[in-house]
Write a protein of this length. Sequence first.
Length: 489
Amino acid sequence: MVRRLMSAVMCILVGSVGLAAVAAADAASPTVTPATGGNGAPVLFGHTSFDLASVGYEQSEFFLTGSASAYSPTSPLTSDGKWSVAATSPQQYTTRVVVNRPVDARKFNGTVVVEWLNVSGGVDASPDWIHTHVELIRRGYAWVGVSAQAVGLNQLKCPAASPPSCPAPGDPARYGSLTHPGDSYSYDIFSQAGQAVRSNAQTVLGGLLPAHVIAAGESQSAGRMVTYIDAVHPIVHVYDGFLVHSRSAGGAALSQAPLPAVSTPSPTFIRDDIDVPVMVFQTETDVGGLLARQPDSARYRLWEVAGTSHFDQYGLVQGATDTGTRDAVAAWFDSMLHPTNQPSPLFTCNSPINTGPATFVLRAGISALNDWITDGTLPPVAPRLQTTGTQPPYSVDANGNVLGGIRTPAVDVPVAKLSGLGQSGQQFCQLFGTTAPFTHDQLVSLYPTHDAFVSSWNQATQDAVKAGFVAKEDAQNLRVVGAQSGIPD
């Protein structure tokens, strides 16, 4: 109780960062009802598969019902993101949210991360939960995944897999009542999900009292997040901060069929008069986002991470079972030496996919964003990836790893060439980057002895922690795993 009260007091005191969002949430508050029936469990892809009870968490699911509006511009949408829009054409909807939260209220840190579920695969997936859940669980965050877009919601009602409209079976007995008026309404639906977290916490969070609410979205959802920040946030002020993960140059369409289509310019920048923190997290694959680079400020941070791809082997394979143990870090390290080109039975890529350090940096990123929101501590300023102005777009070192950007031991004391580019094959392989493990001779030339490797690995790990880009808990596991690796043998 004391911890929750302190969080609420801090929220009031740090007015320059979070007060507007807490005090002026203008989104409608939807009706919230528990999801029941069908197979008795949420349908959610790309999620962790271990029992949340084993880490002191529990999962629940709710339906949100209300009236959502679309938005139309009241002036031209310009690249600076300083847009003015008006709500229009209200329609009824019923969607769902999935909630992962601490069982013990005393372990709740007061912050809820609300993820715009990604629908690029035709299903609801949770890439930011996968990459950050170790940090979220060990610090006591709550997480809420929102079915904001029509394609994900409609898949939930599929009786069986029948591509392309039904890429996987859903649970029609559970989700048959869900209705979505189209993605023009996704922004207001996402606002109302955040508002439900605030105004109906007794139900949605099982009585946990949220002090801060962060919005997050990756890939296609990041494009939605950009448009949301520039167009909708100034109207509703539901969220205290934003994590925009792997964006392209523009934002998503503000409106689309069957309403009049309203596209956004390329590039679209985050408006520089934003009143809450925005962190943009970019990988090497996200070359389109290079056009939308902008200077860091008191409300904006850009983190570009060397050796990473849009999605990777950790996200596709290892993250599902990672409960935060050292063994999981050892499995990640081994994946750099033994990557796969078949991360799923459903598709095969032409080269081994990226096994880079994205998860470790993203964990540090969500922590830095939360500190920024809760007590005003500015995240570290990150160096930019070094670009060439040609194709391929990045400068590389003698080992083929990209120069600049956020550095980790994976790229500064490498055992493989890690890239966000160069991939091809089935499905979304081009987003998964590549890994080229070093030969034994290459390793020996870099690290004549095991002690030489361990010394360099530990120093690079220490440097990453000191710079604020790797958490101390992860660093300790990285050091032990490096010592146990046997490199260069």
